[in-house]
Design a protein. Structure first.
Length: 264
């Protein structure tokens, strides 16, 4: 009886080991290997030849609105955003290459969207990457499995932080302070960091406060959240004027940082 139990136990162990090996777990030659993190943009995700094709496409279809130096600007009653330099990085930092690709392929050129197929749109993205200092690699950029994980981030070793530009989407944490005529300020606030569009994610619940002050505008939709002395994370478009900095609010999320009530 004991030998039968031992044999059954051995068979069960072997079967379980085989099952774990099938799904990537176990030891020896079937040891589990973690999927490596996707290579970042600074590792080189496009080819030089691809960027050359993208430059030609940009020159013929995009430069009229976005300018040959990718600086963007006013085009009639519309505004073509910058695709290069600090303004572009401030707007797109932490956003993904996947999103830029779909924006170009699905909505550009303005007024005649859909002219670019996948390869042409990817080539334009490659050119934009090259223009903004991201190095070329040996393979062309493709919409592979890690494509939607490629983020626009500062190069490692630069501090991971860059001053956001005017009209960039930012997030800040600070203390709500009520002003005159139902106006609101965010005091003891952190330095603004680039944010992504859409629902707030990763709110710093116990973030350390800072020394910045921002005037909040377009706060009417968030009246129920506004309470003097409450610590919040505010997301919105930043506007820097010589005498003050404003945030056109798009989201307000309470945090647990401690604030002293401040009134005018």
């Amino acid at each position: 009886m004991n030998s039968r139990k031992a044999m059954c136990a051995g068979m069960l162990t072997a079967a379980l080991t085989g099952l774990l090996a099938t799904f990537g777990f176990g030891g020896g030659s079937t040891a589990f290997a973690q999927t490596p993190a996707p290579a970042g943009l600074w590792a080189g995700v496009y080819s030089a030849a691809q960027a050359e094709k993208g430059e030609a496409t940009f020159s013929s279809l995009c430069s009229r609105c976005h300018n040959p130096d990718l600086s963007g600007g006013q085009v009639g009653a519309s505004y073509a955003p910058a695709l290069g330099g600090d303004k572009f990085m401030a707007r797109w930092e932490t956003n993904t290459v996947d999103r830029l690709f779909h924006t170009i392929r699905d909505t550009m050129p303005r007024g005649t969207p859909g002219m670019l197929n996948d390869d042409a749109a990817l080539a334009v993205v490659a050119y934009i990457l090259r223009f903004n200092g991201y190095p070329a690699g040996t393979e062309a950029l493709t919409t592979g499995p890690s494509f939607d994980l490629l983020q626009f981030v500062p190069k490692e070793g630069t501090g991971g932080k860059r001053e956001v530009g005017n009209f960039a989407l930012v997030a800040v944490v600070g203390c709500l302070t009520e002003g005159t005529n139902r106006s609101w300020m965010l005091t003891n606030a952190t330095d603004p960091v680039a944010a992504r569009e859409g629902p707030s994610a990763g709110v710093a619940k116990d973030a350390a406060l800072g020394s910045q002050t921002f005037r909040l505008v377009s706060v009417a939709p968030f009246r129920s959240t506004l309470q003097a002395g409450r610590a919040v994370q505010v997301k919105g478009l930043i506007r820097k004027d010589p005498d003050e900095t404003m945030i056109n609010v798009t989201a307000v999320d309470p945090v647990t940082s401690s604030c002293a009530v401040s009134r005018p």
